[in-house]
Design a protein around this ligand. Sequence first.
Ligand SMILES: *Cc1c(COP(=O)(O)O)cnc(C)c1O
Length: 425
Amino acid sequence: MSDEKSKVLFERAQRVIPGGVNSPVRAFRAVGGDPIFIASAQGAYLHSVDGKKYTDYVGSWGPMILGHAHPAIIAAITDAATRGTSYGAPTELEVTFAEKICELYPSIEMVRAVSSGTEATMAAIRAARGFTGRDVVVKFEGCYHGHADFLLVKAGSGMATLGVPDSAGVPVATASNTATVHYNDIAALEALFAARGKDIAAVIVEPVVGNMGCVPPEKGFLEAIIACCKQHGAVSIFDEVMTGSRVARGGMQQRAKLEPDMTCLGKIVGGGLPLAAYGGRRDIMQKIAPLGPVYQAGTLSGNPIAVSAALAAIAKLDDALYTHLEALGARLEAGMNASLRAHEVTGCVQRVGSMLTLFFCKGPVGSWNDAKDADTKRFGKWHRAMRERGQYWPPSQFEAAFISNAHTNADIDATIKACDEALAI
Ligand SMILES: *Cc1c(COP(=O)(O)O)cnc(C)c1O
C-alpha cells in the first residue's frame, strides 16, 4: 500500500501553506520522507488518508493522554456546542475550570485561561516583568517555551551568554534581554544571578524537558532555580505546558514537591482543544489587567467548548490512569533497552512516566550539549523503519514520545517488536 493520497495532499498543501504544514516539525524533514495525512483517530491509533493504521506515540504532541476521540470528551464538546460556540463574556465553566486548576496545582492561587502554550509563557513573563520592574529573562538551552520573540533564543555555549536570536525576524535588541544557561547547570545559574541578579525578572524552565527529547532535571536543579529566584527577588516560572498532568496529575511540581511562583499549562489541560493557562502567586497575578497595569487579553480565551473539553479530561485524571501509564512506560523502556543491547546499538532511553525518548547516543543526556551528540541519521533510519511497521513516533530525535491511557500491553509489545526489527536494520 502506498501513501499516494498523502503525497497528493502534500503537493497541494505546499502550494498554499509554507512547507505544507501549520507547524514545522509536522513536515517530517528531520527524518526524511513526506508527512502522513490523517483522516481520523481513535484511542491509541491514527488512520491515514491512505487507509493505514498507526499506533500513535505523538498524541498531538502531548494533549491526548486519554487517547483519541474519548467518548466523555466528545460528549462534552457536542453538548457545549449546542449552547453556542463563543460569547466573549464570563461563564460558570471558566470559574469551575479556574477552581480545578488551583486545586490540582496548589502553587496556583489565581489563573488566566488563554488559547495556546505560547500565549501562556508570553503572558507569564510579562506579568513577571511587570511585577518585578525588571527586563531580563533566564531560560535554559534546548528548552522550548513557544514561539514568542524573546524566547526563541538558545544562545552560546559554556556559561550564560547574552542572547542571540535563533530565528530570523527576532530583533537582536529583543533577544538581548534573554540570558541562557545550560540545563542542569546549577553553578552557571548561580554565577549568572551573582553577576546580574538585580536585573533578572524571571527564570523559566521546563521542569522535565520534552523539547530536546526527554531530559529529567538532576537532583537539586529545580530547587536551585526556586532558591536563586527567592534570594534575588525574581519570579520562578515552571513551564508545565508539556509536563502538566502528564508526569503526575499536578505536573512535575507535584512529583518534585515544589512550588514555583508561576506555572504555565497547555496541551493536556485543554483536553485536545486550543486552551492553555497561566497562573501562580496571587500578588503577581493581581498585576494583570483589569486589576493591575499588565495588559493581557484574548477574544476566544476561556472558550466554552474548549473549557468543557478540559473539564471532561481533568475529571478522568485519576490514580489508576497514572499507574497504568507508568506501567506501560516502564514496559516500553525495558523492551527498547533490551533491543539496544541485543543489537549492540549505542543508545539510551530516557523516561519520566509516560514521556520518553530513545536517544541514539550513549547518554545519560542531561542538557542540549549532550543531546546534540545524538546520531540523527541513525534516528532517521530507525524512524522510517518504525513508520513502515505502523508506528507513529515523533519525527525528530529531539522530541518526546507520549503514551496514552488507551494504549494496551499488546500495543506496547507490538511497538517493542517493531523497534527490535528497526534497530537490526
Ligand atoms: C508545546 C509547548 C509550548 C507551546 O505551546 P503551544 O500551544 O504550541 O503554543 C510551550 N512550552 C512547552 C514546554 C511546550 O511543550
